[in-house]
Design a protein around this ligand. Sequence first.
Ligand SMILES: [Zn+2]
Length: 246
Amino acid sequence: MNNHHMRGKTYTQQEFFDERREISDTQLVQFLNDGARTPVVVKLTRNRVAMISVDFALPEQTKLRLHERFLGAPDEVLAALRNYLRGRRRSCWRIVSDFAQSIDAGNHPVKEPRTRTRGYYVDLKEVMDQVNEEHFGNTVKAKITWGRRAKSPGKRRRSIHYGSYSPSQNLIRIHPLLDDRRVPLEFIRYIVFHEMLHSQVPAVTRNGRTNHHPPEFNRREREYPEWRRMHILARRLLKTLSERYA
Ligand SMILES: [Zn+2]
């Protein structure tokens, strides 16, 4: 489960489409139970005081209460948590509790994410409504927003993630760099389609690795008209749009 450290080293076509900051609650439960001798029962909380508590009292199950911010924890924290539940090693617990202490739950109660659909050139709500009707029979209920611009635009960026989908917020984010007259609308439509598809086809976790593009996902993506050309365009635009940051 080392995906974000490997980004850039092991290049795959899909990687610049998504930036994943978190996993879903089902994926977390799967991950923690994958290969476990004692089943782990997970309860996610928004508790402001106790970020994590583990109950080993019952031999037939381990009870774990966890703040939902753990869904966005780095891979190594989740791996340490899994190891801790199995071997109760202090070194693993330290990694987990460091992360727990970094959660600032009191000052920032979980709230509805702010969304902004209207850009300079493109209204994402319009785009999404059209794609929803054409490709999903209006079944997608996700929200959509332009992402926030980078804090230090002077810095050269190595990669741009065109879009992302957050299962816990049910929110699609589109990179603000795409709100640019050099970006064809058909490309934005395609990226929106790709992220909407993520809301319909969940990622699959096996052996601690999460595949965000399982076969079912790829099959449905290939039904999108001209997806090949869109992939070529994705690569080309990456160059064009990075220039501004050079
Ligand atoms: Zn994707």
